[in-house]
Design a protein around this ligand. Structure first.
Ligand code: F6R
Length: 612
């Protein structure tokens, strides 16, 4: 989705802005642009395509302004084109704006402005913003230092929808104004300089001190000062937060791609995620105040998320149900929010979001809150929107995930959810302590077991080389193996563009087996000892119909007609997906590489889906 960068300081803004945009490339975009103030004028440079198309524009290296805004656009209103890319100017060229989000009532506002004589050069919703700023600025007869802020305030009052906006104006050449509602925006505080970004990793190499702006707050940035206001322009004080992430975590650090790096970071990510909560055999989760009575009274737990995060919920369902004896429903956020789910104060709603900015997940959380349920957010980003909305928040320690296809966030989410399930179970005392203790000791072994798997990736690479030209593949599993097969199938679709389907092995005979023919590739996950025999019979059914099978298993199975068997270390089936997903992530990765695709930035996808 769109990305925002901004700079005000004493250095040339252009290289900082372009560098920031490059770091936001992973979010997905189709055009890029910057605006700086050069002498007394706003200069805008923008282009369709990659950031390199922008940085190669002639004249861009002549920009010496020390204040500027920048944007990567992911088209929503209006096709990807130079005209539609940001920044947008008002008709008098006194205001430049970049915007993330969607202005829902832009038609109405555009008609209003057209009636007032304004002309529009693009088909975007954003272009109403600089023109509204101009309109309100000129309506205001009071010429004091808050005039620009008042124009921003009045403009925002007209806007319906979601937005994070950066504003430059020739009326105040040493200030930059930003405002947000339902779209992420952070301010990085430096020494005599300040940075803005929609995403922390873009400016992590410049500062670790951040201000998190809340909905409807306005910030006015000078070189040495940042002032914050509420929507009525009352000044407010905000605390600065220090982020632990190192700058290197947003770099490739010698790996060919971010995805490969992030796959290899999983042992560390899980060690830290688990280690922060499970110490010396004891689980402690700071900030969670769920009493035994509250948990005993629950009629249901909902786990709600999108995509890969939802798949993590599907794996964790088994732990909560087995250990807590509470029914768990896992739902897709975009469905949940519109289907009037049965929620009351006896329902606990858990929301998972790596970015913490996914629009559907946030809306689903707000819905549950309005129905009186307690909400718990699981995110990877401290201070992200979802964590500010939820009653409680807990964090994975995956570090910034840059590749669009999620890997380390998924495995960390599963680990954290399982820890949470055990934490509830210990309070509820419904299962034998030894069962929980065994799972605790198994989860502590997971990072080393992943390291073992990652030592030998050749087998997967070779199988990927044999099948990368295929058009369709199938992923099969039972229980948590089925839950993780959905994730394996999604990874393959996302980065290799091969169509794939995931089925519960037992469902095969009820229809999908009709698709199995000579040469079709099937990935079979079989880690649960109590289900392995049943799974093997299902796999034999596809083998006899000519399928090429990649089996991923921790059991000693006979290689009866299987093409490749990846042997995993043994662990509890409740957490085996954390291990079995690794070969599937690598399988998708190597297929994508064989096909010569952009692994980190697959087509049509955005890292953080901040609009519906
Ligand atoms: C797939 C992927 C997506 C995200 C989904 C939710 O690899 O990354 O399916 O899991 O868009 O994103 P978050 O977790 O940021 O809410």
């Amino acid at each position: 989705m769109c990305g925002i960068v901004g700079y005000i300081g004493n250095k040339k803004a252009m290289p900082i802005l372009v560098n920031g945009l490059l770091r936001l490339e992973y979010r997905g975009y189709d055009s890029a642009g910057i605006a700086t103030i050069e002498d007394d004028k706003i200069v805008v440079m923008k282009n369709k395509g990659r950031v390199n198309n922008l940085s190669n524009l002639s004249g861009i290296d002549k920009l010496v302004g020390t204040i500027g805004i920048a944007h990567t656009r992911w088209a929503t209103h209006g096709k990807p084109s130079k005209e539609n890319s940001h920044p947008h100017l008002d008709n008098s060229k006194s205001f430049a704006v970049v915007h993330n989000g969607i202005i829902e009532n832009y038609h109405e506002l555009k008609n209003f402005l057209i009636e007032k004589g304004y002309e529009f050069l693009s088909t975007t919703d954003t272009e109403v913003i600089p023109n509204l700023l101009h309109y309100y600025f000129n309506q205001d007869s009071k010429n004091d230092e808050k005039k620009l802020l008042r124009a921003v305030k009045n403009t925002c009052k007209d806007l319906k929808g979601s937005y994070a906006i950066e504003i430059l104006s020739t009326y105040n050449k040493d200030k930059m104004i930003v405002v947000r509602k339902d779209s992420p925006l952070v301010i990085g505080k430096g020494l005599e300089e300040n940075y803005i970004s929609s995403d922390i990793p873009a400016i992590l190499s410049y500062t670790k001190d951040f201000y998190l702006i809340d909905d409807n707050e306005i910030a006015e940035l000078s070189r040495d000062k940042i002032k914050f206001y509420d929507s009525e322009l009352n000044e407010i004080i905000k605390p600065v937060k220090s982020i632990e992430w190192g700058a290197l975590s947003a770099e490739k650090d010698g790996y060919e791609d971010f995805m490969l790096k992030e796959i290899h970071e999983q042992p560390r990510a899980i060690r830290e995620t688990v280690g922060a909560k499970l110490d010396n055999g004891k689980i402690e989760i700071e900030g969670l105040e769920f009493s035994k009575e509250y948990l005993e009274n629950l009629n249901k737990i909902y786990i709600v998320a999108c995509g890969t995060a939802m798949h993590a919920g599907l794996v964790a369902k088994a732990t909560f149900e087995k250990f807590c004896k509470i029914p768990v429903e896992v739902d897709i956020a975009s469905e949940f929010r519109y289907r009037d789910p049965l929620i009351d104060e006896r329902t606990l709603c858990i929301y998972i979001s790596q970015s913490g900015e996914t629009a559907d997940t946030i809306a689903a959380l707000k819905l549950a809150k309005s129905k009186g349920a307690k909400t718990l957010a699981i995110s990877n980003v401290i201070g992200s929107s979802i964590t500010r909305e939820a009653d409680y928040s807990i964090y994975t320690h995956a570090g910034p995930e840059i590749a669009v296809a999620s890997t380390k966030a998924y495995t960390s989410q599963v680990a954290l959810l399982v820890i949470l399930g055990m934490y509830f179970a210990e309070k509820l005392e419904k299962v034998d302590k030894s069962e929980i203790n065994n799972l605790k000791s198994d989860i502590l072994k997971i990072p080393t077991q992943i390291e073992e798997i990652l030592k030998n990736t050749k087998q997967i690479q070779e199988f990927a080389r044999k099948v990368y030209k295929e058009k369709d593949m199938f992923f099969l599993g039972r229980g948590t193996d089925y839950a993780v097969s959905l994730e394996g199938s999604l990874k393959l679709k996302e980065i290799s563009y091969i169509h794939s389907e995931s089925y519960a092995s037992g469902e095969l005979k009820h229809g999908p087996i009709a698709l199995i023919e000579n040469g079709v590739t099937v990935v079979a996950i079989m880690t649960n000892p109590s289900l392995v025999e049943k799974s093997i019979s299902n796999i034999q059914e596809v083998v006899t119909r000519g399928a090429k099978v990649l089996a991923i298993t921790s059991e000693d199975i006979k290689n009866d007609g299987l093409n490749e068997v990846i042997k995993l270390p043994k662990t509890n089936p409740l957490i085996s997906p954390i291990l079995s997903v690794i070969p599937m992530q690598l399988f998708a990765y190597y297929i994508s590489k064989e096909k010569g695709l952009d692994v980190d930035k697959p087509r049509n996808l955005a890292k953080s889906v901040t609009v519906e």
